[in-house]
Design a binder for this molecule. Structure first.
Ligand SMILES: [Zn+2]
Length: 287
């Protein structure tokens, strides 16, 4: 019994944490970000959750951020400040070009599934250097070519949708397409995220931050979200989201069922054999 209480005590903070994070709905989380950005633009930041008490509280009780943000590493996009949030409010992934590759997706899975944030924002920004490098076909060295590879499909899409634009004119539309590309990459490579979306526990939106005005332009959900969820594949096992919800008639289940029936048949056989022997013994005694 002591062990049970000990187990419960360990589990309790996690249960409370999950409860707390889940209490902020996706729309409430979005409203908090909207309001914070409005304060930032108006120069009326209230700088919440930056005091000593907040540090002690989050250190003792753990983090309960209400939104996960995938943004660009650009120093002109300080995520907490532009949404007027403080310590323990946002789970932020920053990477050049706000791309979603394996490490970013893993971090996002931690923020959404483990910490329970109900909103994920893929945040692009105006005059993004990483996107501009792709559009202008800049010569890149080191590990950068591998990073900007993630942006190329967005550039192709922008070119296709705006055949009249050339060169740098395509930067703004590629930046927006790249935010949606991030969403597509996240969903199609994460059965965890696809499942959370399907269950309505998570909302993913694209947005663009204007580095001059400070304004966030909310771009909404991915137009093909439903199809992306259906196509989602686990990068390790190559399974789609449906495969995790094992069917009752799946091959492993049928094998277990056959084994169970076989064992039942043997047990019934033994019982019948023993019973028959007893009856035979009893009748021979009567004789
Ligand atoms: Zn950028």
């Amino acid at each position: 019994m002591k062990k049970f209480y000990f187990f419960f005590l360990i589990l309790l903070p996690n249960l409370l944490l999950a409860e707390n994070a889940a209490s902020v709905s996706p729309d409430d989380a979005l409203n908090r970000l909207r309001e914070g950005n409005e304060r930032f633009i108006a120069g009326r930041n209230i700088h919440p959750h930056l005091d000593k008490d907040r540090r002690i509280e989050t250190s003792k009780d753990g983090q309960k951020p209400f939104a996960t943000i995938l943004g660009c590493s650009d120093s002109r996009v300080p995520v907490e400040q532009i949404f007027d949030q403080g310590v323990g409010d946002l789970f932020v992934v920053k990477v050049a070009g706000n791309v979603a590759d394996t490490d970013e997706i893993g971090t996002i899975e931690y923020g959404t599934e483990h910490l329970g944030t109900s909103l994920l924002v893929v945040l692009g920004h105006t005059k993004c250097g990483a996107v501009t490098a792709v559009v202008t076909d800049a010569k890149l060295h080191g590990s950068l070519p591998g990073l900007v590879d993630n942006i190329k499909p967005a550039f192709d899409k922008a070119k296709h949708e705006h055949p009249n634009l050339v060169g740098k004119e395509l930067v703004p539309s590629t930046i927006k397409a790249n935010a949606f590309q991030g969403i597509a990459d996240i969903i199609s490579h994460s059965t965890i995220i696809a499942k959370l979306l399907k269950q309505g526990k998570l909302k993913i939106v694209a947005a663009q931050y204007d580095i001059e005005t400070g304004e966030i332009e909310w771009l909404g959900e991915h137009p093909n979200q439903k199809a992306l969820i259906e196509q989602a594949k686990d990068p390790v096992h190559g399974e789609n989201a449906e495969a995790h919800e094992t069917s009752f008639f799946s091959i492993p289940n049928l094998i277990y069922m056959l084994m169970f029936l076989f064992i039942c048949a043997i047990v019934v056989g033994i019982i019948l054999f023993v019973a028959a022997r007893k009856v035979k013994y009893a009748t021979s005694n009567e004789d």
